[in-house]
Design a protein around this ligand. Structure first.
Ligand code: SF4
Length: 363
């Protein structure tokens, strides 16, 4: 009886492919250049849950504004959140700032070079610590992101579904990770997943590991990795209150530091909940003089999908006379902002949609 052939992919074949086909990325050192740990760390934090295409412009903007980790640490959190607005998952921006401060204050502005020490930094998880260790410091570390998981699952035809299969995939990835050029190897396997071994239709004919790849030889590459079906996201609903002053300024309010979109600015809104919340129950969360501000609902709805739920917001508009406007604002969490100045506030994507909706329907 014939025995199944054990795949034997060679890291050197991948490295040779990488030398010819590596992606040019703004945070990636060119050949013979030394990698900048700050740039690697910044890009890796931005890339968590976000695509390379979306990150490039943000990365360049941050590097221009804060060329070193000390510059970023010296900035205030609000400015960082404002520059981050639109990238989503805002806890990352708060952790980014906290981490920069820790590096500046406790590590003399120098990133630690071991996975263990990197893991102690805010916002740095196992993947990011391994990526920085390998790419920035050229030390062997097992990097396992979605791209690497996919490549491993296919090379070895792993049928176990994710996320359970992570342990198996990490062990397989560890078996291939080399002492030789560890930074290049980490980037090579990520590049292979991003450009050749893509989720829907892998380009196996271009792959340096096509010969040893089990999923390719079995014709099941596009079916792997298997995934445990996700639970459906629930829908939450809420109300937003667009309050303007006679000079056209709009009232923004800061969300509480702890919790969803913590510390970001918003068009003041009610709680977002699955249970129905009618306007009467939502009104106490509106700014203005309770009971005396006349709110007019706008037609339509703002829909947005966050990590764990879909959100639908109704928008209501009101004007406040100048003498009452003086009683609002001046507090830390409330500000009057002019329309052409909104870009200077840390408004998350959902609130930018609310602004767009109000300007389209309400004016
Ligand atoms: Fe992915 Fe195809 Fe390469 Fe296998 S041969 S690793 S499925 S691109």
């Amino acid at each position: 009886m014939a025995t199944a052939r054990k795949p034997n992919p060679k890291p050197d074949d991948l490295l040779a492919w990488y030398d010819k086909h590596r992606r040019r990325l703004p945070w990636r050192a060119l050949r013979n250049q030394t990698a900048d740990p700050y740039a690697i760390w910044l890009s890796e934090i931005m890339l968590q849950q976000t695509t390379v295409a979306a990150v490039k412009a943000y990365f360049e903007k941050f590097m221009k504004r804060w060329p070193t980790v000390q510059d970023l640490a010296a900035s205030d959190l609000d400015t960082v959140l404002t520059e981050w607005a639109g990238l989503g998952y805002y806890a990352r921006a708060r952790n980014l700032h906290a981490c920069a401060k820790m590096i500046a204050e406790e590590h003399d502005g120098i990133f630690p070079d071991t996975e263990e020490a990197l893991l102690a930094l805010p916002g740095v998880g196992a993947y990011t610590a391994a990526a920085i260790t390998a790419i920035a410091f050229g030390k062997k570390a097992v990097v396992l992101d979605g791209n690497v998981e996919r490549v491993m699952a296919r090379l070895y035809a792993v049928q176990e579904p994710l996320p359970k299969a992570k342990v198996t995939l990490k062990a397989l990835a560890a078996g291939l990770t080399t002492e030789h050029r560890p930074g290049d190897y980490a980037q090579a396997v990520m590049d292979l997943g991003a450009t050749v071994c893509t989720p829907k239709s892998p380009s196996c004919v271009l792959c340096p590991w096509q010969e040893p790849c089990t999923a390719r030889s079995q014709g099941i590459a596009a079916d792997l990795p298997r995934k445990t079906p996700k639970k459906e996201r629930p829908t939450r609903r809420g109300h937003c209150f667009w309050l303007t002053r006679r000079d056209g300024a709009i009232l923004l309010r800061r969300r509480p530091e702890k919790g969803l979109l913590g510390g970001m600015m918003e068009i003041p809104s009610s709680p977002w909940q699955v249970e129905p919340l009618d306007i009467d129950a939502a009104r106490p969360h509106a700014p203005g003089v309770t009971g005396r501000t006349k709110w007019t609902p706008l037609t339509g709805m703002v829909s947005h999908t966050l990590t764990h739920f879909h959100l639908e917001l109704e928008v209501h508009m009101a004007k406040v006379p100048d003498r009452r406007a003086e009683t609002l604002g001046g507090e830390h969490d409330i500000v009057w902002a002019h329309l052409d100045d909104l870009g200077n506030y840390a408004l998350p994507s959902v609130m930018r949609k609310v602004v767009k909706h109000a300007l389209k329907v309400g004016y």
